[in-house]
Design a protein around this ligand. Structure first.
Ligand SMILES: C[S@@+](CC[C@H](N)C(=O)[O-])C[C@H]1O[C@@H](n2cnc3c(N)ncnc32)[C@H](O)[C@@H]1O
Length: 198
C-alpha cells in the first residue's frame, strides 16, 4: 500500500519544465495545464504507430507532454503560427528526432494526415471540420471547455455549440473529461473533449 502520495507528484517530463520556463520568460499564458498534459501523455502512450499532431505549439508544453510517451514507431508533428514561438519550440526539440516543428498556419498539416491523435489547440481550428485529418481509431483532443456545472445563467441559455456538435457526431465516440481548473481564471472547472473516430 502507498502511504506517501507526494512521491508521485513530481513526474513532470524535463522538456515540459523547459517549455514552461520559456512560457514564463516570454509572458505566454496559454500553455496547457498539467492535467491536460497528463491526459495527452496517457492517450499517446496507447498508440503503436503513425503520426501524432498538435495544432498550436505555443511554447511547447503540450508538445513536450506528447513527446514524453511516444513509442518507437510514432512520430509527432506540431505547427505554430507565431514564427518566434515556432523557432523556440524547434530549438527545444532539436535533439528529439521523432518531433517535427513547423512554422506557419496549421492547414499545412493536411499533407501529413491522417493522424493517430490530433491535439487541436490553435484557436480557430476548433471551428473547422477536423475529420479528414483523422485515421480510423484516431483520437481528437480539444481543451478549454468549461464544465456546464460552472456555466453562468447567460451561458446556460446559449449552451456550447462546439461541445454539442462533437457529442452528437455519429462518426465519433466522444466524452468530456475534467482537467482541473480554467488555466487563466482558475475560477471554473475545465474540461477537455476526447473523441475517437469510429
Ligand atoms: C493555446 S496556445 C497553444 C498551447 C500549446 N498547445 C500547449 O499545449 O501548451 C494556441 C497557439 O496556437 C497558435 N495558433 C493560432 N492560430 C494558429 C494557426 N492558424 N495555425 C497554427 N497555430 C496557430 C497561437 O499562436 C498559440 O501559440
Amino acid at each position: 500500500m502507498f502511504t506517501d502520495m507526494t512521491m508521485f507528484t513530481d513526474m513532470t517530463p524535463p522538456l515540459v519544465t523547459a517549455a514552461r520556463a520559456t512560457a514564463a520568460a516570454t509572458g505566454f499564458a496559454h500553455s496547457s495545464t498539467d492535467e491536460v498534459g497528463r491526459l495527452l501523455r496517457t492517450l499517446v502512450a496507447t498508440i503503436d504507430d503513425g503520426v501524432v499532431a498538435e495544432i498550436g505549439s505555443g511554447c511547447g508544453v503540450g508538445t513536450a507532454w506528447l513527446a514524453s510517451a511516444l513509442r518507437p514507431d510514432v512520430s509527432l508533428v506540431t505547427v505554430e503560427l507565431d514564427a518566434e514561438r515556432a523557432r523556440r519550440v524547434a530549438g527545444l526539440f532539436a535533439r528529439a528526432t521523432a518531433v517535427t516543428v513547423l512554422s506557419g498556419d496549421w492547414h499545412q498539416l493536411r499533407e501529413r494526415a491522417p493522424f493517430a491523435l490530433l491535439f487541436g489547440d490553435g484557436d480557430r481550428c476548433k471551428d473547422e471540420d477536423l475529420h479528414p485529418l483523422l485515421r480510423r481509431g484516431g483520437i481528437v483532443v480539444l481543451d478549454d471547455f468549461t464544465d456546464p456545472a460552472d456555466w453562468s445563467d447567460e451561458r446556460r441559455q446559449g449552451g456550447d455549440p462546439l461541445r454539442d456538435r462533437w457529442l452528437s457526431d455519429p462518426r465519433y465516440a466522444t466524452t468530456m473529461v475534467g482537467v482541473g481548473l480554467d488555466k487563466l481564471t482558475r475560477a471554473s472547472r475545465a474540461q477537455a473533449l476526447v473523441a475517437t473516430r469510429l
